[in-house]
Design a protein around this ligand. Structure first.
Ligand code: GTP
Length: 604
């Protein structure tokens, strides 16, 4: 395809502002899918994505588009090839977003006409501007009675630096304005430029595992061409792969002989693991290799860790298989076996962020039919000892003993957008979470952007939930890792009868240690049934006890309840007792019902 007729673009938006609906409408208008198929939300393939309404995996779709004479955008009549690259919208996937942006020349900045700009609109816009993309501002959902086109067009125009009249108006739902948007894309988006004669360079912006075909790698060719006869080389690792197929998606995969400058499409190499074909890497042709890769490749590092344990110990092998399967499709997911005295055999898993963790857990439970307990999530700490050694701690139970010089924790730069009425509430919350206000700007009279640095460990718990509930859902949050800092952190252990219960250990700020201890001890007192002996529950920092509760002793003899000689009832009770035993975990001499762990961990 002649690069002059190619237009590569993506749509960036805050969650729920209508990106998928607009994408579907475009597929339909360009004749790529029929009306009925469009209803099935073509770009979001996974069930969970559809239910949660978020887009996790990016893909590229090729759409032919014919511009007719006299169109309102003033685009040159002719037939064009539009490549739409779908970007993930959530903060956990920022790295993937920035890679898919680099595969485009332009971004359609989509804003809900009833909501205005939100934190992820800004975050994505900054990424797009950083990638030098042409920005097309669009207000969507103009059909809504609550749409305030005038107000938000002005807000959007101020943000991108154009006139309010230049903001396009669409309703992805009814289709109004979408044709005009396609014409505008043809007119204002620059055609891709690249050196067709140079050695091939293509950027991997997505890579998904398919049961039948192995790994499908999505690329954007920048220079040269990739043909189905080539042997390709991954520039970050030097790994060589045989090419089995190249093609484009429209909306089903279609084989092609080659992909040239400016084209987006897919490669199939028979590789079975997405980690061998990673987002951000550059593909070149073996034997005629490019000198420099495209941009810097960044290895996605997990930032949040949690232990995942099957409630039924027999499910351990199933959990391992399930994690292996998910990893085929998710280069950022890490896991390694871990044993907990309290929870048995499980895995310590690493995630990009909290949302990534929630989605992974949900997929494990739903797609593999597993019941899981997860320990409270924690971030990665660096513990510097006085003797100069450094421990990287991803699990509180591995926190070192001995003389500690300094503990460092990761911090993030957070941007919060909210109505101005909530400034006080948000400041209070951020202060409580050890935040530092960096600055504050009014986007309009009644909306502010607040910038904070916050410890990532504080965000990893319930920060977002609290922010949402304290602002009645109006605040939006975006954050990115921005280094680390030394903090006054301690490990709090929870002991039953003097035995530490590893699953409940936590690394917390010194000032929060006492309340964590009191809360956990109180909760366990409620959740653990009385035993035949007294059970002290203690929270401790090292050898120092900071909180204490007691479970009083009881003589537990279920048969005592059965007066008379009803033998069948006796047997039933005995069986019930046995059944109950199975789901008990022994901590020292103390029997703790599985439910107690689940309940104690689920509400922290
Ligand atoms: P994520 O995938 O979560 O980023 O969301 P999205 O931006 O793709 O939003 P999606 O297309 O799923 O739309 C969110 C909701 O808004 C859905 O219920 C849509 O039906 C609705 N919606 C999208 N566009 C319009 C529109 O133009 N008008 C109206 N009234 N509703 C719309």
């Amino acid at each position: 395809t002649d690069p002059a007729i190619i237009r590569n673009f993506c749509i960036i938006a805050h969650i729920d502002h209508g990106k998928s609906t607009l994408a579907d409408r475009m597929l339909q208008l360009t004749g790529v899918v029929g009306e009925r198929e469009a209803k099935a939300q073509y770009l979001d393939r996974m069930d969970i994505e559809r239910e949660r309404g978020i887009t996790i995996k990016s893909q590229a779709v090729r759409m032919p588009w014919t511009v007719t004479a006299g169109n309102e955008a003033g685009a040159e009549p002719g037939t064009y090839v539009l490549n739409m690259i779908d970007t993930p919208g959530h903060v956990d996937f920022t790295y993937e977003v920035s890679r898919s942006l680099q595969a485009c020349e332009a971004a359609v900045l989509l804003v809900d006409a009833a909501q205005g700009i939100e934190a992820q609109t800004l975050a994505n816009l900054y990424l797009a501007m950083g990638a030098d993309l042409h920005i097309i501002p669009v207000l969507n959902k103009i059909d809504l009675p609550s749409a305030n086109v005038e107000k938000y067009a002005l807000e959007l125009a101020n943000l991108v630096g154009c006139e309010p009249e230049d903001v396009l108006l669409t309703s992805a739902k009814t289709g109004v304005g979408v044709e005009a948007l396609l014409n505008e894309i043809v007119k204002s988006v620059p055609a891709p430029v690249g050196d067709a004669a140079a050695p091939a360079r293509a950027l991997i912006f997505d890579s998904v595992y398919d049961t039948y075909r192995g790994v499908v790698t999505y690329v954007r060719v920048v220079d040269g061409e990739l043909s189905h006869r080539d042997k390709i080389k991954m520039m970050s690792t030097g790994a060589l792969h045989e090419m089995l197929e190249v093609g484009v998606i429209s909306p089903e995969p279609m084989k092609a002989a080659k992909l040239g400058v400016g084209e987006t499409g897919y490669l199939i190499t028979g590789v079975k693991d997405v980690r061998q074909s990673r987002v951000g890497d550059t593909v070149t042709v073996n034997g005629r290799q490019a000198a420099e890769p495209l941009g810097g490749y960044e290895h996605p590092n997990p930032m949040v860790f949690a232990g995942l344990y099957p409630i039924d110990g027999d499910d351990y092998p199933t959990l391992r298989d399930a994690l292996e399967k998910l990893q085929l499709n998710d280069a950022a997911l890490t896991f390694e076996p871990e044993t907990s005295g309290a929870l048995g055999f499980g895995f310590r898993c690493g995630f990009l962020g909290l949302l990534h963790m929630e989605i992974t857990r949900e997929r494990l439970e739903r797609e593999f039919n597993l019941d899981l307990i997860s320990t409270a999530p924690n971030v990665v700490y660096e513990v510097h000892m006085e003797d100069g050694t450094v421990h990287i701690v991803t699990n509180p139970s591995e926190y070192p003993d001995g003389k500690i010089a300094e503990v460092r924790e990761p911090i993030v730069n957070a941007t919060i957008l909210a109505p101005a009425d909530y400034i006080g509430t948000i400041m209070e919350l951020c202060q409580q979470k050890r935040g530092n206000l960096l600055g504050m700007d009014y986007l309009s009279e009644d909306r502010v952007e607040m910038r904070y640095t916050l410890p990532m460990g504080e965000i990893a718990f319930d920060f977002f939930d609290q922010l949402k509930s304290k602002t009645k859902g109006y605040a939006s949050l975006n954050y990115e890792r921005s280094g680390d800092q030394a903090s006054d952190l301690v490990k709090v252990d929870i002991l039953l009868q003097g035995e530490p219960v590893d699953a409940f250990s936590a690394i917390v700020h010194k000032d929060a240690a006492y309340s964590y201890g009191v809360m956990m001890a109180g909760k366990l007192k409620e959740l653990i049934p009385r035993q035949q002996f007294e059970v002290p529950i203690q929270a401790a920092i090292g050898a120092r006890v900071i909180a204490r509760e007691n479970i009083r002793a009881i003589r537990k003899d279920v048969l005592a309840k059965c007066y008379g000689g009803d033998i069948s009832r006796k047997r039933k009770l005995l069986e019930k007792q046995k059944e109950g035993k199975k789901r008990m975990k022994m901590v020292g001499r103390v029997e703790v019902p599985q439910e107690a762990f689940v309940a104690a961990l689920s509400t922290t």
